[in-house]
Every structure is written in structure tokens, then in C-alpha cells.
Write a new protein. Structure first.
Length: 226
């Protein structure tokens, strides 16, 4: 375990929350959307409505309220989008997805300032996206929140301050979030490079080593049990 991973894991011994803290961790249901999940063989994953039905039924069967998972998961979902396949096939997911209802509020898990925000409008992209900057014990890092509502970025300002637990936005619907079932893509970024309002959330196998090092598992903060 490298030093940055140790640092992230040590920020809190308890779960940090992106959804309402009143939702107990027992109501978070792990969900597998990888291309190895045989239950997806009969689901048209290119259809947001078909995928949403699968996700909602899975959560309901487990008596849950939120579906979560997806870090370092190879998915077939992205095959229908040129945004991910223009040059090298990008199909490995670099964040944790949290699946819930449209307009579910999103909270910052830590004190933060707005690094950047943008509406990424490519088909299959993030849609409205917020990137927060955090500094703890002199270490600067970033968290990204994709697939939000347009209202989430309507009145933001660069450098705006948010305290831990404050609402930063809400989940968008399929018309604005890249055509996915409602969810937030939550990703940790060590080095933001020159990106603003965007950062790769899906990579190719060729680039996987770099991105896993630069984007450690967000569950280091969430501490949800799979």
C-alpha cells in the first residue's frame, strides 16, 4: 500500500458520506456491472431504461436504498459510445458509482473548495460535473462528481468553499447525465494535471497502471462493505 493510499485510508476511521448521512451503510447494496456478470447477459446495457430496471430490481431484492460499486471494473456499457472508443477502447471504470433516485442530494465528504465545474455533453459522458479540491495535513487532492443536474452547476464559483456535509448538487436524469440511470460517479484524483471540470473516469487496459495509481479506490473514504 503506497503512502497516498495510506493517507486516504487514515483520514477517517468511519465512513465518509456522499449521500445523506442518515442512510445507514447497511442500505448500500453492492452491484456488479462488469462484463463478467452473467446476470447482465439478457440486459440491453446500452439502454438506460433497461439498465435502470436491472439496477433498481437488484437494490430492491437486497432491501437496499443505494447501489454502489464499479471501481476497476471492466464494463460493456461503454461500447455504444464513440466518446470511449474513438482511438483506444476505454472500458475500465475508475470511480465508484452510487445509484439512487433523480434529484438525490450530493454532499461533500470533506471540507473543500471548488476546483472547477463543467457540463460534459458528449453522449455517454459525465454531463454536469463538479471537481472539489481538498487539503489535509498539507496534502492536496481532488474528488470528482459526475452525472449531476444542471442546477448543480448553475450558481457555482471557482474557489467557492464548502464545509464537510454541505450539499454540492443533485443527481441528474438521463436527458442531462450522459444517458445513464441516475447516479453519481465519485472519483479520487491525486494529480489533476491540466484538466478543468473533467477528468477521465474510464480508461483503457494500456493506461490502467497510471490511472489506478493516480485515482485510488474511493472506498478508502466511503468504507462500504461489498
Amino acid at each position: 500500500m503506497d503512502s497516498f493510499v495510506n493517507f486516504l485510508d487514515g483520514i477517517s476511521s468511519k465512513s465518509l458520506y456522499v449521500f445523506d448521512i442518515r442512510i445507514p451503510s447497511s442500505k448500500y447494496v453492492p452491484i456488479n456491472l462488469s462484463d463478467r456478470n452473467k446476470l447482465l447477459q439478457d440486459v440491453d446495457v446500452s439502454s438506460s431504461s433497461s439498465l435502470e430496471k436491472f439496477i433498481n430490481e437488484h437494490i430492491k431484492k437486497q432491501n437496499g436504498l443505494v447501489g454502489f460499486g464499479g471501481y476497476n471494473e471492466t464494463r460493456a456499457i461503454y461500447q455504444c459510445s464513440k466518446h470511449f472508443n474513438a482511438e483506444t477502447e476505454r472500458n475500465i471504470h475508475l470511480g465508484v458509482d452510487l445509484w439512487a433516485e433523480v434529484e438525490t442530494p450530493i454532499y461533500t465528504p470533506l471540507d473543500a473548495t471548488i476546483h472547477s465545474f463543467k457540463n460534459n455533453t458528449n453522449y455517454g459522458d459525465y454531463g454536469p460535473t463538479i471537481i472539489l479540491q481538498h487539503e489535509i495535513k498539507g496534502i492536496v487532492f481532488y474528488t470528482l462528481y459526475g452525472h449531476l443536474s444542471l442546477q448543480s452547476i448553475a450558481n457555482l464559483k471557482m474557489g467557492q468553499v464548502f464545509k464537510q456535509g454541505e450539499v454540492i448538487g443533485t443527481l441528474g436524469d438521463t436527458k442531462i447525465n450522459g444517458d445513464y440511470p441516475p447516479h453519481v460517479h465519485f472519483q479520487i484524483i491525486k494529480n489533476i494535471q491540466d484538466y478543468h471540470g473533467d477528468y477521465p473516469g474510464v480508461c483503457s487496459k494500456t493506461d490502467l497502471g497510471f490511472y489506478l495509481e493516480n485515482c485510488p479506490n474511493p472506498n478508502l473514504l466511503l468504507k462500504l462493505k461489498s
